[in-house]
Design a protein around this ligand. Structure first.
Ligand SMILES: [Zn+2]
Length: 332
């Protein structure tokens, strides 16, 4: 498909409903005794390993998603189509890197009670390798997290949420986190009240399989978000390591959000391999042409993605919508 040109940044689009696309029981919930809709932990169970796997394979099949390549542009078209398929209106927010156009993709789900309070689920879709222009499958880095964003968008689209959730796919992370930098500039200018950002980068490489532990990376200002995600991991039986007082992974997308004052955390598969030389963790496929789906452990990836969507739901709060106002209030 042809991408729409966007001169500005996101406008306040409301997600359209998808009457046929829901496999959730939320819309048929008849319980009127509570304003709580779905249990966030139940939403984790809707995370589909098959869907995650298919998305990662599809993104890998573009051969490279390195910024400025045709593959990157084709991947954007694919991602727009996928989000539109779930009923979202997608903003293609173009920006320039070294004189070349690339873009972030933003799909918004507006909160029913307080749409001005926003939570972001963000992942970069570009990739790199030793042969960036010809072969950069980027399955772990970062198709794995992009697939989780798409799944969260699918799972949450049929639920009414108290607060807004923006699903954001950033470009040009491998050129210095330029997509998140562009996003943050706009959010700051507009005074967006973003209370939390979840920005996973690599959530698919688990050499210990189901015995592995997800890393949750935050800082002092996002420690409360790390705590919520850690508690969610506990509740879902997923092992984790949390990192708050550190200088790890500086320069990733989350850093831009944090430095602009938006609390941001990063679920990851490999904090120690990146930052602690004596850790024993290794990342043999990181930024290599061998970063392919076949090296990922999808069952554990699915559980980690489940922790993320449940955390997002805890923050944005699924609710049962009020009945339409004005009906049967009085007779003339
Ligand atoms: Zn990455």
């Amino acid at each position: 498909m042809v991408l729409g040109l966007s001169l500005g940044c996101p406008t306040s689009d409301k997600v359209s409903s998808d009457p046929g696309g829901s496999n959730s029981d939320a819309d048929t919930d008849t319980d009127t005794d509570t304003d709580t809709d779905a249990d966030p932990l139940d939403l984790a169970l809707e995370m589909s390993e098959a869907n995650l796997t298919e998305t990662i394979q599809d993104l890998e099949d573009f051969t490279t998603r390195h910024t400025f390549t045709e593959g990157s542009e084709e991947a954007r078209g694919y991602l727009v189509d996928r989000l539109e398929g779930y009923g979202y209106i997608v903003e293609v927010d173009e920006f320039s890197v070294s004189g070349h156009a690339t873009a972030n993709l933003i799909a918004r789900k507006e909160g029913a009670d307080n749409p001005d309070i926003v939570y972001l689920f963000s992942a970069h879709y570009d990739s790199t390798s030793s042969l960036p222009e010809t072969l950069a499958p980027g399955a772990d880095d970062n198709a794995s997290a992009v697939a989780a964003v798409l799944e969260a968008a699918r799972i949450l689209q049929s639920h009414t949420l108290r607060y807004s959730v923006w699903f954001v796919l950033t470009g040009a992370e491998e050129q210095g986190s330029r997509g998140s930098e562009h996003m943050v500039e706009w959010m700051t200018t507009q005074g967006v009240d973003a209370r939390g950002v979840i920005a996973p980068d690599m959530i698919g490489y688990w050499p210990l399989g189901d015995g592995d532990a997800m890393d949750i990376l935050g800082d002092a200002d996002s420690a409360h978000l790390v705590e919520i995600m850690a508690a969610t991991a506990d509740e879902l039986g997923v092992a984790y390591k949390d990192w708050i007082d550190h200088d790890y992974c500086y320069g990733d997308d989350h850093t831009n959000f944090q430095e602009a004052g938006f609390p941001a955390i990063t679920p990851m598969d490999c904090v120690e391999a990146h930052n602690i030389s004596s850790s024993g963790e290794t990342l043999p496929h990181y930024h290599q042409t061998s970063d392919t789906l076949s090296t990922l452990h999808m069952p554990f990836t699915t559980r980690v993605a489940g922790v993320i969507v449940a955390t997002l739901a805890k923050l944005a709060v699924p609710i049962t919508p009020d009945p339409p106002a004005g009906d049967d209030l009085r007779s003339p």
